[in-house]
Design a protein around this ligand. Structure first.
Ligand SMILES: [Zn+2]
Length: 61
């Protein structure tokens, strides 16, 4: 996963939208702080790279 703003790879990114862009983009925490101050900022969720998290939920019984 790469940040749409600085192109750096990261495990955590925020899905955001601003007035400058029509569609959703993904921003790393660093870029997200900047973009959150842009006009028309909207937050659309968070995505994480590690899908192994799901496996931690083990059923008992
Ligand atoms: Zn970035």
């Amino acid at each position: 996963m790469n940040c749409d703003f600085c192109q750096q790879a990261g495990e955590l990114q925020y899905r955001i939208r601003t007035q400058a862009s029509a569609g959703w983009r993904f921003a790393c925490p660093g870029c997200w702080q900047r973009q959150s101050q842009e006009p028309g900022y909207q937050y659309g969720g968070t995505r994480k790279a590690n899908r192994r998290e799901r496996d931690r939920r083990k059923r008992r019984g």
